[in-house]
Write a protein that binds this ligand. Structure first.
Ligand code: NOS
Length: 337
């Protein structure tokens, strides 16, 4: 990973809340709450624990980390520490995907949950100069009950940082069209639609996300590369894919990085952003994902800076915020030349 990437101001659009709990945060959460948890507190053992047989196994492991988050103080600490790590990598703006249903189901009241993330967001802006926004996503494996509850928390609590509505969890056995009523209501309330699709199932899931859920961006969407008509549609209608290369490798969504469709999608004119998804779980960081993308796309530093500009342009930040971040990237690239 080059020093140019390290110092480059970045924006991250696809990174999960619990999925960003670092070994240090996981150890702190495990230590806070006695009671058996399969999640090791030891960083070495945790690295082995984060080795996934397949995507379904990844979701099972993910939910054992969700179990460690027991109260609003855990939520506040986790969110603030995620912001610290993002800011360390010169991430100036991030849209963090948060799953309120999973924590409310575990006994954290929605109001306390939202106050905790908002406290952390304000603290992170002051302490680290990072601008955080929220995507509330439906954990797909929990079905329509989760959709109902996620929409209720989104529209009922409406935390200041909330800007988008998503759909995560497994795609296999979780058809997208069933969630249309919830996405319709979220969009009508002014939230942007950013469901996952085409991560572990084929292009038809991406079509469904566009046609049924009004997707403005797609989480992953990598199987679109199998359907030339879909690739052309994404390019023509400028529907960005939020790509997380190492995630796809570690969940076995792609057999190897060299076989990742990123380069084919970019060559076909599909807008993409580079993201880390669940960095500690995949043994990566956003900086490392930029280095992977630089290698797969054969980019020089100017090309890498364009990746950061693309993420800013594809974000849901307001136009003045985008202009400010793009100017920071421009100033940095001039200084680094
Ligand atoms: O790469 C991913 N794909 C789909 N869901 C994911 C991913 N990373 C984290 N989650 C999270 O898995 C949970 C399932 O209940 C959801 O919270 C979703 O946000």
């Amino acid at each position: 990973m080059t020093s140019f990437i390290a110092g480059l101001p970045k924006a991250e659009l696809h990174v999960h809340h619990v999925g960003s709990a670092s070994p240090r945060i996981v150890a702190e959460l495990a230590a806070r709450h006695e009671g058996a948890s399969p999640v090791p507190a030891d960083p070495e053992a945790l690295a082995d624990y984060f080795a996934f047989r397949d995507f379904a196994h990844f979701i099972d492991v993910y939910l054992t980390v969700v179990d460690l988050i027991r109260d609003d103080e855990d939520v506040r600490m986790l969110t603030f520490e995620i912001a610290r790590e993002l800011a360390r990598q010169q991430v100036r703006y991030a849209e963090l995907t948060i799953t309120p249903f999973s924590s409310v189901k575990r006994g954290i009241p929605a109001k306390a949950f939202c106050e905790a993330i908002e406290d952390a967001r304000r603290g992170a802006a002051t302490e680290f100069g990072i601008d955080l926004r929220w995507c509330f996503d439906i954990p797909g494996e929990a079905g329509l009950e989760a959709a109902e509850q996620t929409l209720a928390v989104a529209l009922g609590e409406r935390p200041d940082g909330l800007i988008s509505f998503g759909l995560g969890g497994p795609e296999v056995g979780v058809p997208r069209p069933q969630f249309k009523p919830y996405f319709d209501q979220a969009r009508a309330a002014g939230l942007h639609s950013v469901p996952h699709a085409g991560e572990t199932t084929g292009p038809e899931t991406v079509w469904d996300a566009i046609r049924e859920l009004g997707a403005e961006r797609i989480g992953h969407g990598i199987s679109a590369a199998q359907d030339p008509e879909l690739v052309a549609y994404l390019a023509e209608h400028r529907i960005p894919l939020e790509i997380s290369p190492t995630s796809n490798l570690r969940t076995r969504a792609v057999p190897s990085l060299d076989e990742h469709p990123l380069a084919r999608l970019v060559a076909a004119g599909v807008p993409v952003s580079i993201n880390s998804d669940d960095p500690p779980m995949f043994g990566t960081t956003l900086e490392q994902e930029y280095a992977v993308a630089q290698r797969l796309l054969g980019l020089d530093d100017a090309g890498v800076a364009d990746l950061a500009r693309a993420a800013v342009s594809q974000s849901f930040l307001d136009s003045s915020g985008k202009a400010r971040l793009l100017a920071e990237i421009d100033a940095y690239t001039v200084r680094s030349a």
